[in-house]
Design a protein around this ligand. Structure first.
Ligand code: CP
Length: 327
């Protein structure tokens, strides 16, 4: 295990070089193998990480909690409602105090555009322990690292020319954050993939994330473009990743965002749309999925789906990140 990344924050994948991302993937694979073989891998004995949630979670919370236990340490689960953050305690004070009690801080603050990334960067500025982004308004770098690992497991190390369709899909449950499609666009374009983003006109992503995706694609020899329909994006795709997100201007009025989304209830990933992709294509979703709306049961439970492998990889990548940055 290299010490080169000790003390580093992991807030956006763009903060890490290609070589550093490759290190995180290599350590994830190694820890996955050790987990399978039940070989001890207590790289962080007696260390504490604080998991601070401004939003709900199943995979992220449990991959970090299980992960730190398997690494020999312990996690504190903190919510805004049950901490002094609800009374307005500052990110600076929170970062300084938690740094003095433990060895790492991980934060999920993803629901309001313009808030979460700035919050965690302020914590990181004042904390002298590493800060890991468990999902903000801009990026979900733990999810996209696990997604990249999953794509490599299916298609091999060289991903140049691999066609990826990231698409909006309809979901009535809640206005989901923008950070997964943005994070995918910014990360996958670094590896020479041909990424197409499809969305209805009322559901754009943050312009700077798309500009970064275009610049990455130019550098890596891949491509990035925006399409107007799921069908157009799926044409010849190796990877399809249809998921919902909310209207960027309506996160403070989620009911209006959901009402607007209803117009596009036909943006569902079904077997007919999967037939447009390559026969060996994989279906991905970060989960939770709105079954019957974002995707049919036949697709998410069908032969193309890798969603459970993808979710499992959240554990191995979370462990790799903690093991690499915490000391
Ligand atoms: N994909 C993901 O981040 O899942 P949770 O919201 O359950 O953590």
């Amino acid at each position: 295990m290299t010490d080169d990344l000790k003390g580093r924050d992991y807030i956006e994948t763009s903060d890490w070089t290609d070589a550093e991302i490759e290190t995180a993937l290599a350590v994830s694979r190694d820890l996955k193998e050790k987990f399978r073989k039940k070989e001890p891998h207590r790289h962080l004995p007696d260390r504490t990480i604080f998991l601070l949630f401004f939003d709900k979670s199943t995979r992220t919370r449990n991959s970090f909690e299980a992960g730190i236990t398997q690494l020999g340490g312990h996690a504190h689960f903190i919510t805004t409602e049950t901490s002094q953050i609800s009374h307005g305690e500052s990110p600076r004070d929170t970062g300084v105090i938690l740094s003095r009690y433990g060895h790492g801080i991980a934060i999920r603050h993803d629901l309001v555009p313009g808030e979460g990334n700035a919050y965690m960067r302020e914590v990181a500025e004042h904390a002298d322990k590493p800060v890991i982004n468990m999902q903000c308004d801009i990026d979900h770098p733990c999810q996209t690292l696990a997604d990249l690992l999953t794509i490599r497991e299916r298609f091999g190390e060289n991903l140049k020319g691999l066609k990826v369709a990231v698409s909006w899909a309809y979901a009535p449950s809640y206005a989901k954050p923008l950070s997964v499609p943005q994070g995918l666009a910014m990360l996958l374009t670094r590896f020479g993939m041909e990424v197409v983003l499809a969305r209805p006109p009322e559901f754009p992503l943050m312009p700077h994330t798309l500009e970064r995706a275009r610049a990455n694609a130019k550098r890596s020899g891949g491509s990035f473009r925006v399409a107007d329909s799921m069908e157009e994006a799926f044409e010849g795709a190796h990877v399809v990743y249809p998921k919902s997100w909310g209207c960027i201007d309506l996160f403070r009025e989620p009911e209006r965002s959901l009402a607007l989304a209803k117009k596009y209830a036909h943006w569902i990933c079904d077997e007919k749309k999967m037939a447009i992709a390559r026969p060996d294509s994989i279906y991905m979703h970060c989960l939770p999925a709105d079954r019957g709306h974002e995707v049919t049961d036949a697709v998410i439970d069908g032969p193309h789906s890798v969603v459970y492998d993808e979710a499992e990889n959240r554990l191995h990548t979370a462990k790799a990140l903690m093991a690499l940055v915490m000391e």
